[in-house]
Design a protein around this ligand. Structure first.
Ligand code: SF4
Length: 493
């Protein structure tokens, strides 16, 4: 028998799959939690009471592990850049520098360097030096970058897509993410961002949402969100869900809770598990799909207690638990990081990888955002490793358009980093707009990722008025292409 010729098959795969057992990092490695018992750790109340909410509390927890420069960097960010106030549950802090696959770095420079580099730290405890100094914000970044507020049909109820709505039940979460797209409304005001406040009392707000849904038979799908529904007292949430499930038109209900990962202890409380089981039974008896959508951005966040909470929800009768992560530089914007996270979710915790959103164009997010071209490369890079149903789509949430798969742009100037998009439905603010379906809607790459020619163009034109005029010119020149695309789609149909 002839020896087998060396072939391309002998080359290593770009990504090497290996089954990884989940591990709960030992919280007792951190000086402030040396004496914390298992029982305390599993208590949602203990977790909530021991969140890190300011620099002093982080210092009390970490002691001399971290050098002073880190605390100063964090303090400066809180004063000058942060769009979200600090709130990190112990469960999440414990996944930073987890020291599960090797010894813990020594206190001082080694631990500080590891903490700076940690993916969970990078988005939950952002520091001033993380952010770009040249373009900290994109010139077109805005507070409510998705214009959800503009599309409210009742306070907190965004009707953006034809058949589905987003119900923001409350403006708080058990954890605040540095990149939160709802930074306009969610959380406490920061020195940089005074937050919008709901006007109505919670009970009236929820009544008006139900009333709108009752009058809107075209709406079949409700994302019940916030904030995070884990911050709503269970009996109030169950009351709202029960009313929702009575509406004939509602076929899909999705509960949005990052706390399934950030504070899994909440979803393991017996009264919550029993309540979810009651709601799931009702949903099933009425043929309604009840699912949980969570938000995990790094493989290290998927620990045994997260898997346990997910299993409790599935056993309670929730049809599926899905992940909607956010793509961020320094956190997960590499093929290996994304696939490690997907396999930790799918193999370890029975959470279906579902979406990765490109980080939205909110102020001070440029260091996290990736270009559309990079997002397209990442989508290409993750194809083929996971089952099709668990292969996440990477999506760009284009202002005034909505989610689009990252390959759906019809025009892309990669020098200036401007992509153009169209849509196939009208949002609630465009019912009488004849151009809504042909108008090109722009999206912008982070400027520091552009070739020098593109960066020079932005430096020259950075004045917002001028940029707006240029954006209109760009829209006019690409309108013809959008119309051609719309007409081609119509003919194909
Ligand atoms: S959990 Fe969601 S809503 Fe809350 S701060 Fe994070 S991203 Fe924003």
């Amino acid at each position: 028998m002839l020896p087998r010729q060396s072939t391309a098959a002998d080359e290593p795969q770009p990504y090497r799959y290996r089954r990884v057992e989940l591990v709960e990092p030992d919280w007792r490695r951190l000086p402030g939690w040396r004496d914390v018992t298992d029982e305390q750790w599993r208590s949602a109340q203990w977790q909530r009471a021991h969140c890190v909410k300011n620099v002093a509390q982080l210092r009390a927890l970490m002691g001399d592990l971290l050098q002073e420069e880190f605390y100063a960097d964090l303090e400066r960010d809180q004063q000058e850049r942060a769009t979200m106030s600090m709130l990190v549950p112990p469960q999440m802090v414990n996944t930073m520098v987890p020291a599960t696959s090797g010894p813990m770095p020594a206190e001082g420079p080694a631990f500080t360097a590891a903490f700076y580099a940690d993916p969970v730290r990078r988005y939950m405890l952002p520091v001033f030096s993380d952010r770009r100094q040249d373009w900290p914000s994109h010139p077109f970044a805005t507070r409510d970058s998705l214009h959800e507020h503009d599309m409210w049909v009742a306070e907190g109820l965004t009707h953006r897509y034809p058949t589905k709505v987003l119900a923001e039940l409350l403006p708080t979460c058990p954890q605040y993410c540095g990149h939160c797209t709802r930074m306009d409304l969610v959380g406490n005001s920061t020195p940089v961002v005074p937050k919008l406040k709901f006007d109505l009392k919670p009970v009236d707000r929820l009544d008006r949402m139900i009333d709108y849904l009752r009058r809107s038979p075209e709406v079949r799908d409700v994302v019940v969100s916030g904030g995070d529904v884990a911050n709503m007292p269970w009996k109030n949430l169950e009351g709202f869900l029960s009313r929702l499930l009575e509406l004939e038109n509602i076929r899909d209900v999705r509960l949005a809770t990052k706390a399934l990962m950030g504070l899994p202890q909440h979803w393991l409380q017996p009264d919550v598990v029993e309540g979810v089981a009651r709601i799931a039974r009702t949903a099933r008896s009425r043929g309604i799909n009840l699912a949980i959508h969570t938000h995990v951005n790094a493989a290290a966040s998927v620990t045994p207690i997260v898997a346990e909470a997910t299993m409790a929800m599935l056993e309670a009768g929730v049809r599926d638990v899905r992940n909607q992560g956010v793509l961020m530089r320094g956190v997960n914007a590499e093929v290996e990081d994304l696939l490690d996270l997907c396999f930790a979710l799918q193999d370890g915790a029975m959470i279906t990888p579902y979406y990765f959103y490109m980080c939205d164009m909110i102020p001070f997010s440029e260091h996290w955002r990736v270009s559309l071209a990079r997002a397209q490369q990442l989508q290409h890079g993750i194809m083929g490793y996971l089952p099709g149903f668990a292969t996440p789509r990477i999506v760009c949430d284009v202002p005034f358009v909505g989610k689009r798969w990252v390959h759906q742009q019809y025009d892309y100037d990669q020098v200036r980093g401007i992509s153009s998009w169209t849509k196939n439905y009208r949002t609630s603010i465009e019912t009488g707009d004849p151009e809504a379906l042909t108008r090109p809607y722009p999206y912008y790459d982070p400027i520091d990722t552009l070739p020098e020619e593109g960066q020079a163009w932005w430096r020259e034109n950075a004045d917002t008025e001028r940029l707006n005029a240029l954006a209109q010119q760009h829209a006019a020149s690409s309108r013809a292409a959008a119309q051609a695309q719309a007409s081609a789609t119509t003919h194909t149909l």
